[in-house]
Structures are given as structure tokens and as C-alpha cells.
Design a protein around this ligand. Sequence first.
Ligand code: TYM
Length: 334
Amino acid sequence: MSKGRIFSGVQPSGRLTLGNYLGAIRNFVRLQDDYECIYCVVDMHAITVWQDPAELRHTTREVAAAYLASGIDPAKSIIFNQSQVGAHAELAWIFNCVARMGWLNRMTQFKEKAGKNRENAAVGLFVYPNLMAADILVYKATHVPVGEDQKQHLELCRDIAQKFNHDYGQEFFPVTEPLIFGAATRVMSLRDGTSKMSKSDPSDNSRINITDDSDTIARKIRKAKTDPEPLPETVKDLEGRPEADNLLGIWAALSDITKEEAVAAFAGGQFSGFKQELADLAVARMAPIADEMRHLMDAPDHVDSVLADGAARADAIARPILDEVKDMVGFLRG
Ligand code: TYM
């Protein structure tokens, strides 16, 4: 029995990181047996900042390959790229007319991404969360697995669902629940434990890319910033030690244990020994995924056919829901 319907997405805007994997993709794999799952490569979100077209095609396939290589089974779950299912854009327009300027003005991610040059940001970047709400609600998804940084966007999605239901007088859209779980819901930069690990950080040493080879992974972990103290005895002692906290969180997530257990395993130890073990573990977990991705990228026709098949299945779910929305809004349709 399915516990509900899941939707989630990853942007094809550069290389995927260990943060994307531990915060999101790995959890996508785990949810497949209990939920009906729809996993999207959100190419329309990616172009809210400039993407080179050839690069976008490549990265779209690469995110799909990462889904497959991580263990998402296209027979069980739907894998597709957003722009192949027109219903997302159609519902997003309706949500542009439901969401309020004030709500979007509060979005911290827009402020971060637009920076000081707000006047020059694409309009699409501002309404980005409305498209995200459309992604989720066009399938009436009940649960959305994401990393910590997407929490505010999911709250907006709930607000949009509730306002739409209220405006049109029907409990139509579900009020979606975020699923944020695991020991690494917010993986931080390896160079600065107070900023998020991100594909857009200018320093490649700040992150582990999902496609990094074994030597690169080991080198980046050896070079990761630490502090001069030995490893802490309790989780509480991690306070004020963001780098130790981050590395132990990564260890815990990769070993499938809690942070408490990871802290206990290394209590009082030196960083050097811990880093060596962490590097070995990260290589053991991540290198097979990178190998399988390379293998899949050598045969892009297979990836493309997974995306086309997924798009047809996604469209079959979304279309009737969008048709009902159009009737509720008062749009004539043939
Ligand atoms: P994106 O592409 O930035 O990231 C994809 C997923 O990875 C998670 N993530 C992290 N988790 C832990 N630590 C990190 N350092 C880290 N960096 C990224 C993100 O939380 C996300 O779950 N807006 C979304 C994409 C999207 C979406 C959706 C998600 C579009 N439509 C509908 C859910 C439902 C985004 O930019 O993710």
C-alpha cells in the first residue's frame, strides 16, 4: 500500500554535490518502496539563471544518470525532465496569479541569488517558488523529500495550495508535507563550516562533486578545514565547531548511523585519523555511483528514453488534474 505520492526535483545547473546526494537523492531512493514517486530534473528552474544550451542538455542527462546510478528504479518511479511536461508551466501561470508579491519578497533564496543586483535578476528567478509549487501540486503530491534549504519554498507551496483552495471554494490541493531526514540535511562547505556546500561555490575544494574520482575525493577530505581541538565527546560539544559538526554529520550519513553514534565512535580522537577513515568511506560509497554515471553517459540514448517514458507517465497523471483546475478557474476548454 502506497503511503502517498512523492514529488521532488533537482536542478541541472552544474555538477551535483555530496550535499545533493545526502540531503536529497539518497532519500529519494529509500522512499521508492513505500510511496508512488515522481523525480524530476527541473530544467525550467535552471534557466532562471543563464545556462549554456549545450551544457544544459548535458547536465540534464547527468542529473538523470545520477538518479539512476544512485538506485532510483525507472520501472518503479517516474524520472523525467520538467520541460517535457507542459502542465508544470500552465499551472505555474495560474499560481503566479494566486501567490502574492509580499510572499515572494520574503524568500531568502531569491535574495541570496539575486544579490545586490536585484533589478537585473530574471523575473523567472523571482517567481521560481511558484513554479516549484506547480511542480508538486500538478500531481497533488502529498510529500516532498528535500534538504533543509528548501523548507521555506515548501512553506510557500502550502500557502499557495491553501489560498487556491480557499479562493475557489474546494479542498482541491493537498497541503504538502516536507520530508527532511537523515544525518546530513544541510551539508556544509569543506572550506567553511558556516556556509552551505553548493555547486555554485567558486572553490572546487569546498565540495565533493558526485562525479569526482577517488583521488580527488580523498584529497578534498584531507584538505578540509578543521579546528585545533580533538574530536568532541558529545553532540553538545559540537556547538561552535561547525567544521567538526559537518564532517561528523557526513560520516554519520554515509554510514547510516545517527550523529550521536558518529560522535561516540570518534570521541576524543584526532582529526587526522578520522579524516583518513572518512576519505575511505566516502570513496567506497561515492566512487561506484560516479562509475555508473560515466557508464550511463556513454550511452545517452538510454537516458533519453528513460526521460521520454517518464514524461509520458507524468503527463498522464498531471493532465486530468490540470483540466480540473482549468474548470475551477473558469477557463473554457474543448
Ligand atoms: P537544488 O537543485 O538546489 O538541490 C536539489 C536537492 O538537494 C538538496 N541540497 C542539499 N541538501 C543538503 N545539503 C546541501 N548542501 C544541499 N544542497 C542542495 C536541496 O535541498 C534539494 O532537495 N528548488 C529546488 C528544486 C525543485 C524542487 C521542486 C524540489 C524544483 N521544484 C519541487 C522539490 C519539489 C532546488 O533548487 O534544488
